[in-house]
Design a protein around this ligand. Structure first.
Ligand SMILES: NC(=O)C1=CN([C@@H]2O[C@H](COP(=O)(O)OP(=O)(O)OC[C@H]3O[C@@H](n4cnc5c(N)ncnc54)[C@H](OP(=O)(O)O)[C@@H]3O)[C@@H](O)[C@H]2O)C=CC1
Ligand SMILES: O=C(O)[C@@H]1CCC=N1
Length: 272
């Protein structure tokens, strides 16, 4: 069965690269379409995937179609297309619910929140499926997600907060690391910023590996690093004072943005 991908921005491209890297989908079975054709051609040069002439052609040729456009482009696009009830439509858009998708497609629909880290076959894909999926569709879908990531089913109540932890997090972590590096250089201008950044990346990789390989809890790793009466303890005290309110605000603001997106999507349902 062919797998379709409509929209080749960050996430659409990640899916192409990850499915090819994991060998979950033979490249010739990946049928893609992007509004700007050059992006598809650049990917085809590297991965030998098939380029469709239109989004409709993707839907006509594929049993599963990942729609990877921005949230407000999903429903108008699906309304324009004529998609067979046998086709499983998967949206990756934040703020677009299963009910929204069921309103524009008569067949099986799912929602996935992927992560850019799955280009390295790591990270978590959050998913929720409609009741309409057959056992076979569900098994195939899980096979695809599991080939590139840890596939985690979540309720639609959980998905927004979980999105921040899995999908926004690579960007947020990069933001934290940049701030960490900049502070180091403010403190000690002799330290080159690029060296500070490289040190943090290597340290982050080592930290993740240690946590995972030794199955350490965060508290256990903290205990291992923070020598009693030592330096790290002081740093942790500062974090305990400053981070909780910052993260509370982060979750409050991202929730507001999710709510706004959902309202705009709902408006598309009523106005169009
Ligand atoms: N970026 C991320 O880490 C994550 C993103 N998402 C979700 O993924 C979706 C896409 O995000 P992202 O990849 O960052 O966005 P991008 O803006 O990078 O990509 C959107 C792509 O969709 C294409 N496009 C727009 N309209 C159409 C159309 N009618 N037919 C075909 N292609 C079209 C655009 O084409 P063109 O080249 O012409 O601009 C562009 O390549 C969003 O809904 C977002 O919520 C979910 C999880 C993580
Ligand atoms: O920032 C965004 O809207 C998308 C969804 C989650 C990660 N990136």
């Amino acid at each position: 069965m062919n797998i379709g991908i409509i929209g080749l921005g960050s996430i659409g491209q990640m899916l192409v690269k990850a499915f090819c890297k994991s060998a979950a989908v033979p490249p010739e079975k990946l049928v893609v379409f992007n509004r700007t054709r050059e992006k598809a051609e650049r990917l085809q040069a590297e991965y030998n995937i098939a380029i469709a002439e239109t989004a409709q052609e993707v839907c006509d040729q594929c049993g599963v179609v990942f729609v990877c456009t921005k949230p407000l482009d999903i429903l108008p696009l699906l309304r324009e297309l004529s998609v067979s009830a046998q086709t499983h439509v998967v949206s990756v858009a934040a703020g677009v619910s299963i009910a929204d998708l069921e309103g524009v497609h008569t067949g099986a629909v799912s929602k996935v929140i992927p992560t850019v880290t799955s280009q390295e076959l790591r990270g978590v894909s959050l998913y929720a499926c409609s009741q309409r999926l057959s056992d076979e569709q569900r098994e195939q879908f899980l096979g695809l997600l599991s080939s590139i990531s840890l596939a985690q089913e979540v309720s639609e109540q959980e998905i927004e907060t979980a999105t921040i932890l899995t999908s926004s997090a690579p960007g947020l972590i990069a933001g934290i690391l940049e701030s960490f590096a900049q502070a180091a250089v403010r403190k000690t201008p002799e330290l080159q910023i690029d060296l500070a950044r490289r040190m943090l990346v290597e340290t982050m990789l080592g930290t993740a590996m240690l946590l995972q390989k030794e199955q350490l809890g965060f508290d256990q790793l903290i205990e291992r690093v923070a020598t009693k009466g030592g330096i790290t303890e002081e740093g942790l005290r500062v974090l305990d004072k400053t981070l909780p309110s910052g993260f509370d605000e982060l979750f409050a603001m991202t929730e507001s943005k999710h709510d706004l997106l959902k309202q705009l999507v709902q408006k598309q349902n009523t106005v169009e």
